[in-house]
Design a protein around this ligand. Structure first.
Ligand SMILES: [Zn+2]
Ligand SMILES: [Zn+2]
Length: 103
């Protein structure tokens, strides 16, 4: 897995996102919006979609949280691990906000 780990500005909430600790960050820790840049494997960059992906569901298993993202353009879904500093207590609320875009 190629590691791309740099700070960026969130396209959705415009917070300045610093580098993640020990992990490749691929979504915003505040609003959980990410960009559709991967097709099957994280960071494979195998798509030219580049649209916004929103969290629509999540799973808790053995104390770790996996988040399901869906692309708002092509509908592609994929699961991602949370980052340590993700504001997961906001996740439920955010999913409710984003849901009307998809259902
Ligand atoms: Zn954000
Ligand atoms: Zn897409």
């Amino acid at each position: 897995m190629k590691k791309i780990n740099e700070s960026f500005t969130c396209i959705n909430c415009h917070q300045n996102i610093t580098q993640a600790d020990k992990t490749c960050r691929n979504h915003c820790p505040y609003c959980f919006v990410s960009l559709h840049v991967d097709w099957d494997i994280p960071w494979d960059r195998n798509t030219d979609c580049w649209w916004t992906m929103y969290p629509i569901d999540y799973q808790t298993k053995h104390w770790s949280i996996k988040i399901l993202f869906q692309c708002s353009k092509c509908g592609k879904q994929h699961w991602n691990k949370r980052s340590l500093d993700d504001q997961v207590d906001q996740l439920n609320k955010l999913i409710e906000i984003y849901k009307p875009f998809f259902f």
